[in-house]
Write a protein that binds this ligand. Structure first.
Ligand code: ADP
Ligand code: MG
Ligand code: MG
Length: 216
């Protein structure tokens, strides 16, 4: 499997479908510990991303080969301009940092790790959050760790993406007992325990879509 710009585009389009399918679930999670708009925010953002990809597809192709980073940068700028709330700038920064390390026509397993690391870096620096604060960092960090381990073991692109997606999925569930100390959920203090973090769940959807796009 070659992870090229077409894969990146499939990744993003699949993310849009996954987010639309899970819109009510994400909103319900955010209703428990936030302001009940995470599904709406993510859906609005990724719909706008798909619209821009469709526009780009209708244009004549440029002379230069499209890079993975070109696709991720389009996601970043679109999310930043269309998603209000915390998640817009957080995901926007994640995709922007990821784009900066993927300005190539295709990426190999170590480069996939670099992309995920850059995204994590973007979220944690923008949100000033570390592991254990019940935010999307709690899904991104285990995903990066698992991807790194898979790449170190000589795993393929698909192996690395599968490791990341599975780790993020488990990690999102593992946010349930945590007490939030960052973001809106932190206003609830101890009462934030017992609910899954919406951003950790949407991170698992994003990474699940990356794997699915590599398998299709
Ligand atoms: P808002 O809280 O502004 O309504 P969303 O509902 O779209 O924005 O996104 C909420 C999610 O954003 C949370 O579930 C959490 O994962 C993430 N989040 C919020 N604040 C931070 C932060 N400081 N660092 C990292 N992630 C954060
Ligand atoms: Mg919200
Ligand atoms: Mg909000």
């Amino acid at each position: 499997m070659t992870l090229d710009a077409d894969w990146a585009e499939r990744w993003v389009r699949r993310t849009a479908v996954a987010v639309a399918d899970a819109k009510d679930e994400l909103t319900e999670l955010d209703r428990q510990i936030g302001d009940g708009d995470h599904g709406e925010n993510m859906d609005r953002g990724f719909r706008a991303v798909v619209a821009r990809l469709d526009d780009a597809a209708a244009q004549p192709a440029g002379a230069d080969e499209r890079t993975v980073g070109d696709v991720l940068k389009l996601v970043a700028t679109t999310l930043m301009s269309t998603v209000g709330g915390a998640s817009g700038p957080l995901y926007g920064t994640a995709y922007l940092r990821a784009a900066k390390v993927s300005g190539r026509p295709q990426i190999d397993p170590p480069a996939v790790v670099a992309v995920l690391e850059a995204a994590l870096e973007g979220v944690s620096s923008r949100g000033k959050a570390t592991v254990g604060e019940k935010t999307m960092v709690d899904a991104w960090q285990p995903a990066v760790d698992a991807a790194e381990a898979a790449a170190r073991d000589g795993g393929s692109e698909v192996d690395v993406l599968r490791a990341a997606a599975e780790a993020a999925d488990k990690a999102a569930t593992a946010t349930i007992p945590m007490v939030a100390t960052k973001g809106r959920a932190s206003y609830l203090g101890e009462r934030s325990a017992g609910h899954e973090d919406p951003g950790a769940r949407s991170t698992a959807l994003v990474l699940g879509a990356a794997l699915a796009a590599a398998l299709s």
